[in-house]
Unconditional design. Structure first.
Length: 97
């Protein structure tokens, strides 16, 4: 399954890291898809979890993040932004820490 996480307030938290670790252990393809402008700050977390840098996206805006999630055919996306979740429909999963 293709599963993605927003970074700030989601994967950057202990709970988000724990969830991603579990999904990776189950053999899922995990992505980091953020509205950040640069992926530099997310690479250390990706490396620590074993997520390939090629699956880390800094999209620059929530509109572009939603487009990227759809274009990659992500099956579940965890995010703490309710507007992003609404736009994604059933793919979007609201993350609360």
């Amino acid at each position: 399954m293709k599963i993605s996480f927003d970074y700030d307030g989601t994967l950057s938290t202990a709970k988000g890291t724990e969830m991603a670790t579990k999904f990776l252990a189950e053999g899922n393809d995990v992505y980091i898809i953020s509205a950040r402008h640069l992926k530099q700050g997310m690479i250390n977390k990706a490396n620590a979890l074993g997520i390939p840098v090629s699956r880390v996206y800094a999209t620059g805006s929530n509109v572009n993040k939603i487009y990227k999630i759809k274009s990659l055919k992500i099956e579940q996306h965890y995010d703490n932004n309710e507007n992003v979740i609404k736009e994604l429909g059933p793919v979007g999963k609201l993350f609360t820490n």
